[in-house]
Design a protein. Structure first.
Length: 220
């Protein structure tokens, strides 16, 4: 009998202001093409060897999101390409866009009823990483989960975006998370990441990696 497959640890991916604002009136407060390109590269390829064609074909990264996050993605980009999309919704009749017949690398999306149901539904899939990408209530559930060990945070430094009405949980307040070095971030995602404060469209931000202290630096 083969050994049971160890499920991947969970990684949250989020862009948030210094006050942890992540959204306003059902949308993003900012449009940052370079930051979105980073999000796409991380969630598609982190942990997957580009030098091994069989790895790319056999392994995928999963992205878990709530219904509102799914619906905020333009229809033509749903499901997110080259990733297993998992959508959490109490609306069992929710229709999910499926990849077109020409798309051989994007699995059909999965509809789940809860965060735990989402994890159960993908437990047997050959996944390299599982990323949680929003919204606020899904992030809160994920932060409580024992297998959540990393947060890939794009920290929006300026302006303040005080109009935000949706917030990421204040994960720093209980002292259980520590910021990793930039080299650890690069090592984990597997590609070069711009270091230090970046500026795009008058908005200043920084790519950061945070790890749960209980997991230790060996998990980075």
């Amino acid at each position: 009998m083969s050994a049971a497959r160890t499920p991947p640890q969970l990684t949250l991916v989020v862009a948030a202001t210094l006050n942890n604002g992540i959204g306003v009136r059902g949308g993003l407060p900012w449009r940052l093409p370079r930051e979105m390109a980073y999000f796409a590269q991380v969630t598609k390829s982190a942990g997957i060897s580009s030098s091994d064609p069989s790895s790319i074909q056999q392994e995928k990264n999963a992205v878990i999101m709530g219904r509102k996050s799914w619906e905020s993605i333009p229809t033509k980009f749903r499901p997110l390409k080259d990733r297993l999309n998992v959508v959490i919704s109490s609306q069992r009749e929710l229709e999910l866009n499926h990849p077109g017949p020409e798309d051989k690398t994007t699995p059909p999306p999965i509809l789940s009823s809860s965060f735990e149901d989402a994890l159960a539904r993908i437990s047997d899939s050959p996944l390299r990483n599982i990323f949680v990408i929003g919204g606020a209530s899904i992030y809160a559930k994920a932060l409580e989960h024992p297998t959540t060990t990393r947060i890939l945070l794009t920290r929006i430094l300026e302006p303040a975006f005080d109009e935000c009405d949706v917030f990421f949980p204040d994960f720093e307040k209980n002292g259980s998370w520590t910021r990793a070095s930039h080299s650890q971030l690069v090592d984990w995602v597997g590609f070069d990441v711009l270091e230090g404060v970046q500026e795009e469209k008058g908005i200043k931000y920084e790519f950061q990696l945070w790890v749960r202290k209980a997991a230790g630096n060996n998990s980075v």
